[in-house]
Every structure is written in C-alpha cells, then in structure tokens.
Ligand binder design. Structure first.
Ligand code: RB5
Length: 153
C-alpha cells in the first residue's frame, strides 16, 4: 500500500547525478522521503541499471513514484518503459508533467539534465506529484498499456 509518506525513488546515470541530487534535496525539504537508487558519483555508468533499480522500487511498492535523470532523459525513459507496469514519461515542462499524470497515470517521470535547468525540472516534478489521474476515458487507454492496472487507492 502506498501513500503520501511512501518514498519517491530516484535514479540517474553520471550525466543526471547532479540534477538528481538537486531534486532529492528539494523533495526532502518539501517533506517527501526519497529512496536514492544511485548512481552516486560522476563515474561513467549505464542508465538501464538505474532505471531498473528505481522501477523495481515503484513496482514492488517501496516507492510511490519514480524520478529518473540522464543527459537527455531519453535513454533512461526507454529503459524504464521496458519494465511492465511502468508508465514513464519523458517530460520537459510543467504542462507535460501535469498531462501525463492526468491522462497516462504515469508512475515515473524522466528528465534530461542536459535539456532543462534545475528550476524547470523542479517545477515539472512538483506538478507531477500534485496532479491526480483523471480517470474516465483514459482508464481504457491506460489498461491497454498496463492490462492489470487499477486506480490508486
Ligand atoms: C550519457 O553520456 C548519455 O548518453 C545518457 O545520459 C543519456 O543522455 C542517454 O540517453
């Protein structure tokens, strides 16, 4: 069972580690516990490994949402979406963050550290975390992505 106190899982590669750290600090200051799955340094690593770790935490309920960062956000979002049950949206602004929660019930957000600044990323993450799935006509579509999907309690 997940709720507001359930952590947000974080994952990044070397290109995303600094933005991940900034978002982690912002989340914790805002009262969101985090589960940092790494990477923790600037040495070169492979983004699929950190997508897998954060997605596993979302799928098994240790985390409420996932936040993934790589250079573009592209590779790590591709990696995340290979995990059944994950609906990861690559987001560049508040509008995308809001709409992917409303329409796709996205459970993971991917951000590109080389594409957007920390303030835009933070605003997008804030919108992502505070917007609820709209339901209705979108439920049928989300079930086509995730056949055993059910609304969050
Ligand atoms: C790493 O150099 C870079 O390729 C990675 O962070 C990401 O942008 C891939 O999509």
């Amino acid at each position: 069972m997940t709720g507001p106190a359930t952590p947000i899982a974080l994952g990044a590669d070397h290109a995303g580690v600094a933005l991940k750290a900034a978002l982690k600090a912002w989340l914790e200051a805002a009262g969101h516990p985090t589960l940092d799955m790494g990477t923790h340094g600037t040495g070169s690593v492979d983004y699929p490994d950190f997508a897998a770790a954060a997605c596993a935490a979302v799928l098994d309920g240790r985390a409420r949402f996932g936040v993934l960062v790589c250079g573009t956000g592209i590779g790590i979002s591709m990696a995340a979406n290979r995990h059944p049950g994950i609906r990861c949206a690559l987001v560049h602004d508040v509008t995308g963050a809001r709409l992917t929660r409303l329409h796709n019930d996205a459970n993971v957000i991917a951000l590109g550290a080389r594409m957007i600044g920390a303030e835009v990323a933070q605003d997008a993450l804030s919108a992502f975390l505070t917007t609820s799935f709209e339901g209705g006509r979108h439920e049928r579509r989300v079930r086509k992505l995730t056949p055993d999907w059910s609304p969050r309690p």
